[in-house]
Write a protein that binds this ligand. Structure first.
Ligand code: PLP
Length: 375
């Protein structure tokens, strides 16, 4: 049996993405910066992918900078804005549940003298846009807020927050990490009121090692690496043409079906929850209106032990966030989940290709694990 339910960690590349990468490695292998025909062909392939990705969020091609992944996009967004605008305005407002690639960057900026205000959920366990607006002031350079939380699927009120912040403080730069929302929830850069958006390839059936940063026209991002001035000088380094082509192909494939897939995965989530409701000792940590792609549950047994028990049955899930290698990130605590429940948390993350049968196998193995694992 092979049941892969860890798609928030990474997804299997689709055939189209793999084929594009192979073509770019075997045929179209030029350096986009070369002035001859071979280079130009590579540049055209990169620009084709750029247009597909731009279109997918209602942007223009020249708004898209390719990076090595969302970790780099998030670093570039935060550090690049602070370098460009952070001499006088020294405060950053963020949600308290950001991915490590944002949170650790904020900590580094904090050490270099920026004030970081981390806005937690309210007593009801939910994020409220008014709390973010209240934390902003004339000294705030930027606000960063992920769209979908990678550990629980919680959907943060990005649009409401950014719109309200921009109304009151038009100069504050808005950044959102859309890694777990992209190709799963439809959004446009403009309607989100986002100046910067981070995207990743490997979460959407492209490949690891490629991402993008959307930068709204007129917003200045200073580079974090200097070099050959590729990507308009914002991200130097020879573009990974094969990975960029794979990214473009995956977006081209999945863009037209975002809504259908959302509905399909919502039905899968209902099926799973119904199955789980028949098993004693399980609590659901994700809220009802979370992204259906990510479901966080507590199972009453240590996450790692359960994870390996499930693995022995050929079922693959995650304990908390895959990026933290089993270490608790503290994000579940922010959502009001007790330490004990966080210790036994599992994350199940699906795709539209997940089947009810696979979820049934998971639920069956989980029940067995709960009954047989001691402690
Ligand atoms: N942001 C979120 C919300 C994520 O889930 C991840 C990966 O887990 C990242 C950023 C980092 O993306 P990448 O692996 O492309 O660097």
């Amino acid at each position: 049996m092979f049941v892969y339910l860890d798609n928030a960690a990474t997804t299997k590349p689709c055939a189209e993405a793999v084929q594009s990468a192979i073509s770019a490695m075997t045929e179209n292998f030029g350096n986009p910066s070369s002035l001859h025909r071979v280079g130009l062909d590579a540049q055209l392939a990169v620009d084709n992918a750029r247009k597909i990705i731009a279109d997918s969020i209602g942007a223009e091609s020249n708004n898209i900078i390719f990076t090595s992944g969302a970790t780099e996009s998030n670093n570039l967004a935060l550090r690049g804005i602070c370098s460009a605008y952070g001499r006088k305005r020294r405060k950053i407002v963020a949600s308290s549940v950001e991915h490590a690639s944002v949170e650790e960057t904020l900590s580094a900026l904090e050490k270099s003298g920026f004030e970081i205000v981390r806005v937690p959920p309210g007593d009801d366990g939910r994020f409220h846009f008014a709390d973010f607006v209240k934390s902003c002031d004339e000294n705030t350079v930027m606000i960063t807020m992920m769209y979908v939380n990678n550990e629980t699927g919680y959907i943060l009120p990005v649009k409401e927050t950014f719109s309200a912040v921009k109304r009151k403080y038009p100069d504050i730069i808005t950044h959102t990490d859309c890694v777990q929302a992209y190709m799963k929830i439809p959004f446009r850069a403009n309607t989100l009121n986002a100046d910067l958006i981070s995207l990743s390839g490997h979460k959407i059936h492209a490949v690891k090692g490629v991402g993008a940063l959307y930068i709204k026209k007129g917003v200045r991002v200073l580079p974090i690496a200097t070099g050959g001035k590729q990507e308009k000088g914002i991200r130097s380094g020879t573009e990974s043409v094969p990975f960029i082509c794979a990214f473009g192909s995956a977006v081209e494939k999945y863009s037209p079906t975002i809504k259908e897939r959302y509905e399909k995965v919502s039905a899968l989530k209902s099926h799973l929850l119904e199955n789980l409701s028949g098993i004693d000792g399980i609590s659901i940590n994700s809220v009802d209106d979370a992204s259906p792609y990510v479901i966080n549950i507590s199972v009453g047994k240590r996450s790692e032990i359960m994870l390996h028990f499930l693995e022995s049955k050929g079922i693959y899930v995650s304990s908390g966030s895959a990026c933290s290698k089993g270490q608790q990130s503290g994000v579940l605590k922010q959502f009001g989940i007790s330490d004990k429940n966080a210790d036994s948390a599992l994350r199940i993350s699906m795709t539209a290709e997940t089947t009810e049968k696979e979820l049934d196998e998971f639920a069956k193995a989980l029940r067995e694990g709960i009954e047989t694992i001691r402690g």
